[in-house]
Design a binder for this molecule. Structure first.
Ligand SMILES: Nc1ncnc2c1ncn2[C@@H]1O[C@H](COP(=O)(O)OP(=O)(O)OP(=O)(O)O)[C@@H](O)[C@H]1O
Length: 450
């Protein structure tokens, strides 16, 4: 989304000077002082605070009765607009109990849990569930990046050779997501906990080689960011201003990750994922990529809590289609403490995503059986012919060289296998790319692209 780092020297008031509300005790370890030395230099007088109440787009009075956080003054100097001053929202640590939710919301949560359980049951039936990880991951990469404003057609994303680094900038950014997510899945499957360091390294991978690959890449941010304002706009045009950087902020990010990792049977795992997503986005730990990492965290959390045994859930298409409401619902938790509206929206989205992913999974499995039947009908007995069908499922567009590498057969053997499957109406030539002639399984591609 259009979110920008406030350029120039930024100063923020210390955590002990909330504008209107209570302060929250700081919990969490401190990081080395040198990173933050310029953040704590400025104390703001009452006069200036009163002026803010009338002058800015983020109206402090909107947050007046909010039970989920408090406002702090921030100020700095922008190269273009000069000195600015404003208020930022600091969310309280997440509660250890379920926020007040309506019966309607609990109902939506229950339906979404049922959809997730059905998806998980289908995934568990697969002899090799990891096979479908790549196509679903690439779909998620494409739509989560589209939400961010980086667009690459899904068909091209599905066609990227995992061993090649895409030359196109948008494609590289989309593919960075695939690498970051794979890294995260491996991390969790190795039984390692989510940590700030792990999230920092994911963010570093995500922005690698993109315009956001600055000195702050792969690190919790040390500058102020604002949400909902275009590049070059004044700070007061922002819709929402996350907390200022510094030790208190880093402690809150750490608390958020600890909260995710702490077992808590008192809150439904889906509700927990929604609460953590709000907190992560509101803290906005990084200069860029918060939305993408936050949406990946949803799937990781559902995987960690055992709701999904395979992290194959594409959540972003649903959120992308409802971007304005997505942002409004997040904002409403900060302005009005509207957990109920956010959790209902979130659970509706995850439930719909689970249904859509489940339908796709069922169709892909059905097609996998059908294509294997075509292979047998064509009299192809070689084990590798069947393995090639599985490969086409995981990587729906590929070259003969890819087949040779992935099935560990010679190039001539790979060529023969591909041509046999073309004759059996399983594969078709896709195009002639710079890397050689590409093939696809059109029936699989059609399911993934619909
Ligand atoms: N009012 C708000 N309060 C908290 N979070 C918000 C608000 N509005 C938007 N967001 C979150 O901020 C994200 C954008 O942050 P950022 O630009 O750092 O992430 P990104 O991954 O680069 O982009 P995107 O999320 O658009 O893909 C949104 O996706 C949404 O999750």
């Amino acid at each position: 989304m259009r979110r920008h780092t406030v350029r120039g020297r930024s100063r923020s008031a210390p955590p002990g000077t909330p504008i209107a509300h209570r302060s929250v005790a700081f919990r969490g370890e401190n990081r080395p002082e040198k990173k933050h030395k310029w953040h704590f230099a400025f104390l703001v007088g009452l006069e200036r605070k009163q002026k803010w109440a009338y002058a800015f787009f983020v109206h402090p009075e909107k947050f007046a009765d909010n039970p989920t956080g408090f406002l702090v003054p921030i100020a700095g100097t922008d190269q273009r607009w000069g000195a600015w001053s404003h208020v930022a929202f600091v969310p309280d640590p997440l509660p250890s109990e379920t926020p007040e939710l309506s019966a309607a919301t609990f109902n939506v949560v229950a339906n979404a849990r049922a959809a997730l359980a059905a998806l998980d049951a289908s995934a568990r039936q697969l002899p090799n569930p990891a096979l479908l990880r790549q196509p679903t991951l690439r779909q998620e990469a494409q739509s989560t990046s589209a939400l961010e404003g980086t667009y690459a057609p899904l068909e091209e994303v599905l066609g990227v050779d995992a061993d090649e680094r895409p030359a196109d900038a948008a494609m590289r950014e989309v593919f960075n997501y695939v690498i970051a997510a794979e890294h995260a899945f491996d991390w969790i499957e190795d039984g390692r906990p989510l940590t700030i360091g792990m999230l920092e390294s994911m963010q570093g991978i995500l922005v690698d080689g993109t315009s956001a690959d600055t000195r702050q890449a792969g690190r919790i941010r040390t500058s102020q960011v604002v949400i909902g304002s275009h590049r070059g706009a004044q700070v007061r045009d922002a819709r929402f201003i996350p907390p200022p950087p510094g030790i208190d902020f880093e402690g809150r990010v750490r608390d958020c990750i600890d909260w995710v990792m702490q077992p808590n049977d008192a809150i439904d795992p889906l509700v927990r994922a929604g609460m953590a997503h709000y907190q992560f986005e509101t803290l906005h730990p990084f200069n860029d990529g918060n939305g993408r990492i936050g949406r990946l965290l949803i799937v990781l959390q559902l995987h960690l809590s055992g709701v999904l045994s395979e992290p194959t859930l594409t959540v972003s298409p649903w959120f992308e289609a409802r971007r304005a409401e997505y942002y409004d619902r997040l904002l409403a938790v900060s302005t009005n403490g509207d957990w109920d509206g956010w959790i209902r929206f979130f659970a509706t989205g995850v439930g719909a995503a689970a249904n859509a992913t489940g339908r796709q999974l069922t169709d892909l499995i059905r097609m996998q059986h059908e294509l294997k039947a075509r292979v047998r009908t064509a009299g192809l007995r070689a084990e590798n012919a069947v393995r090639l069908v599985d490969y086409a499922l995981a990587q729906p567009i590929f070259t003969v060289r890819n087949v040779s590498q992935h099935l560990a057969v010679t190039m001539p053997r790979a060529r023969t296998l591909v041509s046999q499957l073309v004759d059996a109406d399983v594969l078709r030539q896709y195009d002639d790319s710079t890397y050689g002639r590409r093939f696809s399984a059109p029936d699989i591609l059609a399911i993934l692209l619909r």
